[in-house]
Design a protein. Structure first.
Length: 166
């Protein structure tokens, strides 16, 4: 009985519980064409491009040097390569459009979730299958957070999201 309960809880911890939006909004127009599917098929991992330098709420977008570390020698459209080189020359980051946003009053830490073994796709959907990204889950809503926390038996009191925890 105890073993069965442990197996059930372990399985629940890995089950995605963030609901998919039945009609996600259209993907925003990004400043450069970018396919997550294509890059992940090449063997890149999310953390290769998106880093979280502190415990803050936002994973960063890759800086221009990260893109050019591959694309100075790998194929990219001529227009895309020109924009990347111009971005580096002007020291102006590519103005990527953020898809997932939380309200300013919500405390969130990617590093906490990563440390718990939560895969990026659990919250962001099947990124590896997407050429363009859109807000396709309810991860940025109270219901999305509470449902996931309850399924994993994680802290879900108000203070978990509305004040920083050390």
């Amino acid at each position: 009985m105890i073993v069965a309960l442990g197996l059930t809880l372990g399985a629940r911890a890995q089950t995605p519980v963030v609901a998919r939006r039945p009609n996600p909004p259209a993907a925003p127009t990004q400043p450069l064409p970018y396919s997550h599917r294509q890059h992940l098929e090449l063997g890149l991992e999310c953390a290769d491009c998106h880093v979280n330098p502190d415990d803050g709420p936002l994973m960063t977008f890759p800086d221009t040097e990260t893109c050019l570390s591959c694309h100075e020698s790998m194929p990219a459209s001529a227009a895309t390569l020109k924009r990347l080189i111009a971005s580096r020359a002007s020291e102006t980051p590519v103005p990527w459009v953020r898809i997932y946003r939380l309200a300013d009053y919500v405390y969130w830490s990617h590093s906490t979730h990563i440390a718990e073994g939560i895969a990026c796709a659990t919250c962001h959907g099947p990124v590896a299958e997407r050429d363009t990204m859109t807000l396709e889950t309810n991860v940025t809503t109270k219901q999305g957070c509470v449902t996931c926390h309850e399924a994993r038996q994680a802290l879900s009191d108000c203070g978990a999201c509305h004040e920083p925890r050390q």
